[in-house]
Design a protein around this ligand. Sequence first.
Ligand code: LLP
Length: 402
Amino acid sequence: MSQQLSPSYLTQLASEFGTPLYVYHAEKIKEQYEKLQDAFAKTNTRFFYACKALTNVNILKYIKSLGASVDCSSIFEVKLALHAGFSPKNVLYTSNGIGFSEIEEAQSLGVIINIDSLSNLEKFGKKFGHTYPVGIRLRPNILAGGHIKISTGHDKSKFGIPVDQIGKVVDVVQQHNIFVNDLHIHTGSEIKDVDVFVKGIEVLFDVIPHFKELEFIDLGGGFKVPYKEGDAETDIPLLAKKVGEAFANHPNPNGKPLQVWFEPGKFFVSESGYFITKVNVIKQTTSTVFVSVDSGFNHLIRPMFYDAYHRIENISNPEGVEKKYSVVGNICETDTFAWDRNIKEVREGDYLVFFNAGAYGFEMSSNFNSRLRPAEVLVKDGKPHLIRKRETFEDLLRNLII
Ligand code: LLP
């Protein structure tokens, strides 16, 4: 039975900590990590939590305690991961479009680095030669993912060095005797079809013979989680089987067994998260009934940015009659969370909870309209822990020079 927090418990948390409120459930994160470990038990695999999904240091510490490694997308995520206690050898920095000075800083911190441009690869080679191992992020030219904005591996994507430029990559590597021990691809987010990963592996198999010191193949993240009942999700055991078979059929030409890396973000934390809001106003109109909550795209931008579907439940009126509502925020822009959605009868003051709010929820929040960012609570062993205070007016003034 999948780990879930009950509506009555979430209601209790909302009255104790106030709204809007992000709540994360530790045991659900653990359940997800264990699914990966069980499925890949027979494959030489390592999982790096893509912490861009949710970086609260308490979450990082918890994920570290489970035994996972961490993938970062900025030098500050690297610093947060180290601050959370990850050893540098378990911290991966998959950079994109960054200045070389950040790569130098990552090197001085001793973390694992994936480079995504010929320009930085060349600078890296000039400075470090063979002294520091490095990974190369390639763009596989595969279109996949739940929405074009979260597809990163296609032939018009800025991410990675296009695999068709492999000749240039090899020249730079040879010229500077660069110690390439890892090849990386990340095709997109919300990839349902496991064959996309297999296609990615096939692209990499074509180029692997160029890299004699290769130890790791990093297939990125992108596992699809369900957002509603019956929703498609990545079949992790099938993925494990297919990845295992692909590598068994293609031993590393240099003889060293290749370890497979993954960088899941959503898979770790999406379903562990609940975002609780309170209904400010109900507005009957000719086209729909608007329910305005004490939030907006300043706190959860995914529905507006990616047309993402988040299940919404009225936890204050679980026995109410179902009606159609359009749930919107209180921001001075169109911030529609859901249009004409069936929800148990909503009254002003009710709590509405958004599901799958753990990944890219709080993390993409802002102070737009000079509104305050929500508090965050981590529920672990049945106890709630406040892991980030709600912002106050003073926070809006904090960095101002007057
Ligand atoms: N590795 C790399 C290099 C990535 O760029 C990403 C996500 C991941 C791993 C983790 O992907 P995941 O397992 O979470 O799908 N804000 C968007 C998602 C953007 C993902 C960006 N890169 C959303 O809310 O859907």
